[in-house]
Ligand binder design. Structure first.
Ligand code: ATP
Ligand code: MG
Ligand code: MG
Length: 561
């Protein structure tokens, strides 16, 4: 784990500030509004906005922009753009100035394209997609020049203007850079920078029928915003020469440095919007915000806190080497932050009824208990008792294993925040299943140790009379395979990752919880003592009505066995 605050990118920034190359840092998070953000994007958000926050904290000038890379009108929507903004805010970050859109720069991008044409560095091509692929050639062999490559400047300019004016059909012509068809880097073989596409754009409507390509748009957008360090994932390393070529050949007074880092890959999860989309459209999850999804809204609904996700991103580190991370690192970070944040209450997920034979109404007392042992400011609540209580089925054993410290026939255990009880009788149904325990309580043990003997075990419980019924959703990992999208069959082909859905990734129980949680707002996180962290469901929980909890994470790591 990299120590907090350092990574190779910050080393570059530090030296740029030290040398005077920059007086400030400007980073950006540049999502395409074509889906919901996932944990990989969260890492990128934490990286880019984290630089701004930490450098500002050191008294240095730093900014971070949110820019939508909206150059594929067919795939983009306002809904996605809204959700991305909400996710960034929820993670606790704020962008500088207005939200930016690559489409805000369409006119300037167009003007730069005319500049490139004027310099003989771009041409209008009439090859179709298939021909273009063929001319481009493969690795290890040079490509061939397009027959349209040497058109005169004036003709290119007239044709490009006609493209913009809508005089050609979709796909009939493209604008390409004139770089080098023999370059070993395929990205440099006269890449297309404009295509004709009559698609309605979420922001510019039908104003344009030509759209700039990602590589051309991204570097210019960065430069127009005065980005100092343009951070992207490793697969863009081969695009960096193009990024630099474009900026070197237009009249723009800024040249951001592209720096690549490795993509986060989370085991037992998928980090691709396209694949996550398949889970949603095939109905394998309830939606983009299903608590099993590694999307930001899914993790949110699962009960992960922004602090937990930020700690996780920090621990993933930033480097150029493979960033394959086990799910337990995410769960561990979430657990660690919830430990301090979440009030504790009791819940019984798999109840057995216990009758307290010597309970006396009006005589047998109750205690109040703090919501958090280290945080008295969280307050206290009463933990009421009655003649019937529920305990967890697994806290009773008729034939206890060695070292058992829970309940068994003839032995004592403490009810958390209440009395010591002793089991006197076990009642079973015809099939031999335990259906009820008869116990007696020691009236002298409320808040005091019993006299003359030690009772080691403490179990959680709920008074039946006061119990609040709750729907509890227990989530496990969505996949049974660590890399569901990288499994090959006998034929060497990738097996459909949807085959590896964990059939037990969701179980729904009716449980009992303390009455103190009945009025909790949606998205309130608790620790259920001895069981784990749970959150009231963001959508289905109704305060004072239907109580619905999602299990966020258990108390211990059950996966690294
Ligand atoms: P996907 O393949 O899931 O569609 P993407 O990279 O196409 O992801 P963008 O919307 O273009 O999605 O991503 C916005 C930013 O998030 C980019 O700067 C990208 O590098 C970063 N990003 C996306 N996925 C990851 C990841 N797994 N790890 C780190 N950063 C990521
Ligand atoms: Mg992308
Ligand atoms: Mg993508």
């Amino acid at each position: 784990n990299a120590p907090v605050g350092t990574n190779f990118i910050r080393t570059v920034i530090d030296s740029d500030l030290a040398s005077g190359k920059h007086q400030r840092t400007v980073t950006r998070f540049p999502p395409e509004p074509n889906g919901y953000l996932h944990v990989g994007h969260a890492k990128s958000i934490c990286l880019n906005f984290g630089i701004k926050e930490d450098y500002k904290a050191r008294g240095l000038a730093a900014e971070c922009n949110l820019r939508f890379d909206d150059t594929n009108p067919e795939k983009e929507s306002e809904e996605y753009a809204q959700s991305i903004q909400a996710d960034v805010h929820w993670l606790g970050f704020e962008w500088d100035g207005q939200v930016r859109w690559a489409s805000d720069y369409f006119e300037r991008l167009y003007q730069y394209a005319e500049e490139l044409i004027g310099k003989g560095l771009a041409f209008v091509c009439e090859l179709n997609a298939e021909q273009m692929r063929e001319y481009r050639g493969n690795f290890g062999e040079p490509g061939r020049n397009s027959p349209f490559r040497d058109r005169p400047v004036a003709e290119n300019l007239a044709l490009f203007r006609a493209m913009r004016a809508g005089e050609f059909a979709d796909g009939e012509k493209t604008l390409r850079l004139r770089i080098d068809m023999a370059s070993p880097n395929l990205n440099m073989r006269d890449p297309v920078i404009y295509r004709i596409r009559r698609a309605h754009h979420i922001r510019t409507g039908d104003q344009w029928c030509i759209y700039p390509m990602y590589d051309y748009t991204h570097c210019i957008s960065d430069a127009l915003e005065g980005i100092t360090h343009s951070l992207c994932t490793l697969e863009f390393a081969d695009h960096r020469p193009l990024y630099d070529w474009v900026l070197a050949n237009i009249s723009i007074g800024c040249h951001p440095q592209q720096i690549e880092f490795s993509r986060l890959e989370l085991l037992y999860a998928l980090t691709s919007k396209r694949k996550l989309n398949q889970l949603v459209t095939d109905g394998l999850v309830s939606g983009w915000d299903d608590p099993r999804m590694p999307t930001v809204i899914g993790m949110r609904r699962r009960g992960y806190s922004p602090a937990g996700i930020r700690l996780f991103a920090e621990r993933c580190g930033v480097s150029k080497s493979e960033n394959v991370i086990d799910y337990s690192l995410l769960e561990g970070a979430v657990r660690e932050t919830l430990e301090a944040e979440a009030p504790r209450v009791m819940a019984v997920l798999d109840p057995i009824k216990v009758t307290l034979s010597n309970y006396e109404a009006g005589v047998t007392g109750s205690r109040s208990a703090p919501f958090h042992p280290q945080h008295p400011e969280f307050g206290e609540r009463d933990v009421p008792i009655s003649g019937h209580i529920y305990i967890e089925r697994e806290d009773f054993a008729e034939v206890p294993p060695a070292g058992w410290q829970r309940l068994t026939l003839g032995a004592e255990v403490r009810l958390r925040y209440s009395y010591v009880i002793k089991c006197d009788e076990v009642i079973k149904d015809a099939a031999g299943t335990v259906v009820e325990l008869k116990c007696s309580l020691d009236p002298a043990t409320l808040g005091q140790n019993p006299v003359g003997r030690k009772v080691k075990g403490v179990i959680h419980w709920i008074s039946a009379e006061h119990a609040q019924e709750a729907e509890v959703r227990l989530y496990e990992r969505l996949f049974t395979e660590p890399r569901p999208d990288a499994v090959r069959g006998e034929d060497g082909q990738y097996v459909d990752f949807k085959q590896f859905i964990n059939p037990e990734s969701l179980r729904v129980l009716t449980a009992y919880v303390e009455p103190a949680v009945r009025d909790a707002a949606p998205e309130t996180r608790y620790q259920f003592e001895r069981l784990g962290y749970f959150v009231t469901d963001r959508h289905d929980h109704v305060p004072g009505g239907k109580v619905v909890f999602n299990r966020t994470v258990g108390l211990k790591d059950s996966w690294t066995k």
